[in-house]
Design a protein around this ligand. Structure first.
Ligand SMILES: [Mn+2]
Length: 334
C-alpha cells in the first residue's frame, strides 16, 4: 500500500518516545484482529524497553491462546483506578469508539493527562483519538499496524505471527470481501518475517473441538429458509450444556453457515441464540453483494457491518412439533 500516512506514523512514534507508560487496549470480546494488533505493539514496546500494560475487559478465547505474548494481557480493572492509572499514552486497537472498546466508563473517571491514539479500520470510526490512524480500506487493524511497524523496520517472528492472525481472521482466511491486494501483500511480507501460518490457521480456522462440532450439528439440523431468503437456525442454553460447548463455539456457527450457494434463493444467514432465559441474541451474515444486514440489525435495535451484524431482543426460543419460534416475553413478568 502506498500511503500518505507517514506524518501520522511519525506522530505515533514521537508519542511513544515521549510516553513513560503506554496502555494498550483491545476491544471487548477480543477477536484475532484486536488481540493480534495490540500484542504486536506490546512486543515492539518490549524491544524498545518501554513500560506498558496490555488490557482487555474480557478474556481471550482459547482459540487465540497460541498468540505469542498472550500472558501479558490483563483484565484487571485496578489499572483504571484513578489512584493506580499511571499511563500517559493510551492506544486503542480495532474499536470504532471508546464505548465499543469497553473502557469508556473507566476513561470518564480519569482526570490525569494522557494522549489517545486510535488505530482502526471501521468505516464508522468516531475519530476519538488525539492521533487517529484510521484506514477504512484496510482489511484489518493488523494490516495497518503492519504498515506502521514495517515503516520502523521492527518486524520479527513474534510480531509477524500476531499481525498475520488479524489478517487471517478478519478476511476469513482471505475469502471474504475484506480481502484486498494490500492484505495479501502484507501477509506475504509477514510470512517472510516468519509468521507461523500453519499454527494460525489451525487454531483460528480449523481445529474445532468435538463438542463444538456437535453444537454445529444441532444448528445445521434446524436450518430453515424463509420465503424472503433468510436462512435461520437456533441454539439454546440447553444445547450448550448437552454438547459440553462454550458460548465462544457459537461465534463460528454464523461464519460457517455464511457459505451458502448464492445461485440459490438464500440471501442471508441468521443464528438465534438464547443467551440467558428471555434474552435472544441474533447474528446476521451475508455474502450477497446487494444485501446490507446491518439495516435489519438496526431495525431490531442492534448494529454492525454490511455483511456481518447482530442484535439482542427479549423473547424465548420455543420448539413445538419440531418448529422453532420466538415467544415474546412480557417485560413485567420476565
Ligand atoms: Mn478488525
Amino acid at each position: 500500500m502506498t500511503n500518505n500516512y507517514t506524518s501520522i506514523y511519525k506522530q505515533i512514534f514521537e508519542a511513544i518516545d515521549r510516553a513513560q507508560h503506554v496502555m494498550l487496549v483491545m476491544h471487548q470480546k477480543p477477536d484475532g484482529d484486536t488481540a493480534g494488533a495490540s500484542l504486536a505493539v506490546a512486543h515492539y514496546l518490549d524491544i524498545i524497553g518501554k513500560p506498558h500494560t496490555c488490557f482487555c475487559v474480557d478474556t481471550l478465547s482459547p482459540t487465540l491462546h497460541f498468540l505469542p505474548g498472550k500472558e501479558k494481557i490483563t483484565t484487571s480493572p485496578e489499572h483504571w483506578h484513578p489512584a493506580n492509572a499511571q499511563f500517559d499514552l493510551l492506544i486503542v486497537f480495532d474499536a470504532g469508539d471508546l464505548k465499543y472498546s469497553g473502557i469508556a466508563d473507566y476513561v470518564d473517571k480519569l482526570s490525569h493527562d494522557f494522549t489517545i491514539i486510535n488505530i482502526d479500520h471501521h468505516a464508522t470510526n468516531a475519530q476519538y483519538g488525539h492521533i487517529n490512524l484510521v484506514m477504512t480500506t484496510a482489511s484489518s487493524t493488523c494490516e495497518i499496524v503492519h504498515e506502521l511497524l514495517n515503516s520502523a523496520n521492527v518486524l520479527n517472528k513474534q510480531i509477524a505471527t500476531c499481525l498475520m492472525t488479524g489478517l487471517i481472521t478478519d478476511t476469513g482466511g482471505f475469502t471474504n470481501l475484506a480481502t484486498t491486494a494490500s492484505a495479501i501483500t502484507a501477509a506475504s511480507k509477514l510470512l517472510l518475517k516468519g509468521a507461523n501460518l500453519r499454527q494460525i490457521t489451525n487454531h483460528t480456522l480449523q481445529n474445532r473441538s468435538v463438542n463444538t462440532l456437535k453444537l454445529w450439528g444441532r444448528a445445521l439440523e434446524r436450518l430453515t429458509q424463509s420465503h424472503s431468503g433468510i436462512v435461520t437456525t437456533v441454539i439454546t442454553q440447553q444445547d450448550l450444556e448437552e454438547c459440553g460447548a462454550t458460548e465462544t463455539a457459537i461465534e463460528g456457527v454464523a461464519n460457517f453457515l455464511n457459505s451458502l450457494d448464492d445461485q440459490t434463493t438464500a440471501k442471508a444467514v441468521m443464528v438465534l441464540y438464547e443467551r440467558t432465559p428471555g434474552i435472544i441474541k441474533g447474528s446476521l451474515r451475508t455474502t450477497h453483494p446487494l444485501i446490507d444486514v446491518s439495516k435489519l440489525a438496526i431495525l431490531l435495535g442492534g448494529g454492525g457491518h454490511k455483511k456481518a451484524a447482530g442484535f439482542t431482543v427479549p423473547g424465548r426460543l420455543q420448539c413445538t412439533n419440531g418448529q422453532w419460534s420466538i415467544e415474546p416475553t412480557n417485560a413485567t413478568t420476565a
